[in-house]
Write a protein that binds this ligand. Structure first.
Ligand code: ADP
Ligand code: MG
Length: 297
């Protein structure tokens, strides 16, 4: 197990930021840590990286207990904090050299990591001269220098424009092939784009922990359709993959399907084959987005 969190509680004074949080992440998984602002994501990440202490519970990273072996934990973990604090006046290479010295890694590794995160074209610049996307690459490079087993990325894509977003997501996916990654975000699509699994936190408590493929399986297709004439429910049952049939009013029906394949064309064909005309049709996919809203509202 790469990350083990058991019954972890964190109090800031009287305020409970985490309440009995438990989860396990096996090595090699990319896990999205999703929750609204103030849910406790950064707090959990700072505890996992041994930056702050917890009030109660057990946290073990790469086999090391955060209380007993904080230095070993820091050696095992690459951490990109929220807002990616950087020294803007330093050149990229100076900044990475500073990190290399902390972790006692050699100079060749700096060249290697610059290449790996795609910083080569900008490598002779000052950090202040870089776009937000390239600054994120510098943060990722610093987190990866000592080749940690586990990567903790706190909102790594917040504030990026759409192109930078795609680049950084691809980079994280690539890095995730060889590492355990826990990344926080408040955007559901982000999890869909990058992760194998999602852990949803709300008000300091875990409210969902699911593999992405299972979440996708749970998705439901809803079609509301109005025909020009009356139709018997038994007839509608003949439409393939139909799950539930409800008559909302007159000739308008609320249908659900247990397939992600678009059923709209099938409904038109059904109408035509049965001498009906489709006056209105509206399709909705009950998405991950709505799951997130249901769990956190
Ligand atoms: P998230 O990262 O999900 O937005 P945080 O972990 O930053 O959430 O915060 C969780 C809760 O703990 C919030 O209510 C926040 O105001 C509070 N909090 C975070 N850091 C501190 C701190 N250093 N002192 C007091 N309260 C804090
Ligand atoms: Mg945060």
């Amino acid at each position: 197990m790469s990350i083990l969190v058991e019954n972890t509680t964190k109090l800031y004074g009287k305020q409970k930021a985490l309440n009995q949080v438990s989860f396990e992440i096996p090595s090699g998984e990319i896990v999205g840590f999703l929750g609204p602002n103030g849910a406790g994501k950064s707090t959990m990440m700072k505890i996992i990286t041994a930056y702050i202490s917890k009030t109660k519970g057990t946290v073990v990273v790469n086999g090391f207990d955060v209380d007993k072996d904080p230095l070993e934990v820091k050696r095992s973990v690459g951490y990109l904090p929220e807002h990616n604090p950087l020294y803007l006046d330093l050149y990229i290479k100076e900044y990475l050299k500073f990190h290399a010295e902390i972790h006692k890694v050699n100079k060749e590794r700096i060249e290697e990591i610059i290449e790996l995160v795609g910083l080569s074209p900008e490598q002779n610049k000052k950090i202040s001269q870089l776009s937000k996307g390239y600054r994120q690459r510098v943060g990722l490079a610093a987190a990866l220098l000592h080749d940690p087993e586990v990567l903790i990325l706190d909102e790594p894509t917040t504030g990026l424009d759409p192109n930078q977003l795609a680049d950084i997501r691809n980079l994280i996916k690539e890095i995730g092939k060889t590492k355990t990654v826990l990344l926080s975000t408040h955007i559901m699509q982000e999890v869909e784009a990058m992760c194998d699994r999602v852990i949803i936190i709300n008000k300091g408590e875990i409210v969902a922990d699911k593999k992405l493929e299972d979440l996708l399986k749970d998705q439901e297709q809803i079609i509301e359709v109005e025909f020009d004439l009356r139709v018997e429910k038994q007839l509608l049952q003949k439409i393939p993959n139909i799950k539930t049939i409800d008559n909302i009013f007159n000739n308008t029906w609320h249908l659900t399907f247990d397939t992600k394949n678009d059923m709209r064309a099938q409904i038109f064909d059904f109408a035509k084959d049965n001498g009906l005309r489709t006056l209105q049709l509206q399709q909705k996919i009950n998405s991950l987005e709505s799951l997130f809203h249901n769990l956190t509202n």
